[in-house]
Design a protein. Structure first.
Length: 260
């Protein structure tokens, strides 16, 4: 005999709210985007924000630190915190992992004053033994390679590469499309396969830039002059193993801001 359950269905958990300092940083970034604060304007001091009820001193200070790491403002001893102008390139950059975190938190894939160009996607044989090992494929196996160049104020800051295992192509035929998908592809993959994609630790290493990378950055140097770059890599996997390797090549002279 079937017995009908009288138990109420479980309600979905409410979405997790970002931390207070993150809310403050996002609010100020939105004000800058909307023109409330313009390049060169000085933001209210931390203590002024505290007095206005924005939050505790440590909370507001952390929000300002995040905005500086994201290249939105600059804090100078004795001069306060000012909004960066177009002629002032940010000293730090946002990498793939940080952009993904911001996308999930705010729905915004790009930072203020950031765009991207040269979006490409193609099938290629993997000739880099490190990438092949990270993806768990044989050297010269076919993979999907996606690339784009992130710009801030018409200045290339990051060359972003995604090396994708071929088993992702079945559930994600959009991988070969250069235009952005209607939803972030990791979410689409989870919906279509039931498997979640998780990020491994971000690894960093320095190496010399190739001629092609220097050209993409718009940097001209005499032939044979070595130019070091910082490369950040993150491996994304599902329960079957590695699925993607994200690689961010940072513009020479720039560094990872370390804050999302």
């Amino acid at each position: 005999m079937l017995i009908e359950s009288t138990k109420e269905p479980a309600m979905p958990s409410p979405p997790k709210q970002p931390s207070k300092w993150r809310q403050i940083a996002d609010r100020i970034a939105a004000q800058i985007t909307d023109g409330v604060f313009e390049p060169g304007d000085r933001l209210p001091s931390v203590q002024a924000q505290v007095s206005a009820g924005m939050g505790a001193t440590a909370t507001v200070h952390r929000a300002y630190q995040a905005l500086e790491a994201e290249g939105v403002v600059r804090t100078t001893q004795g001069s306060g915190t000012t909004v960066l102008g177009l002629e002032e390139p940010a000293p730090s950059v946002q990498t793939g992992a940080a952009r993904l975190e911001r996308l999930r938190r705010t729905g915004r894939p790009l930072a203020p004053r950031e765009t991207y160009v040269n979006s490409r996607s193609s099938l290629r044989s993997v000739a880099d033994s490190e990438i092949a090992a990270l993806l768990g494929v044989d050297l010269y196996d076919e993979i999907v390679v996606r690339s784009r160049t992130f710009m801030r104020d018409d200045r290339a800051t990051v060359l972003a590469l995604n090396f994708v295992h071929m088993r992702a192509l079945g559930p994600l035929p959009e991988l070969l499309e250069e235009r952005p998908s209607v939803k972030f592809r990791h979410d689409l993959y989870a919906e279509r396969t039931g498997r979640q994609i998780v990020a491994g630790p971000e690894r960093s290493a320095a190496r010399l830039a190739s001629n092609g990378e220097l050209a993409e950055f718009g940097i001209e140097v005499p032939v044979g002059v070595p130019v070091p770059v910082l490369v950040l890599r993150t491996v994304y996997s599902d329960e079957e193993g590695p699925l993607e390797v994200w690689e961010d090549i940072l513009r020479p002279g720039m560094w990872h801001g370390g804050s999302a």
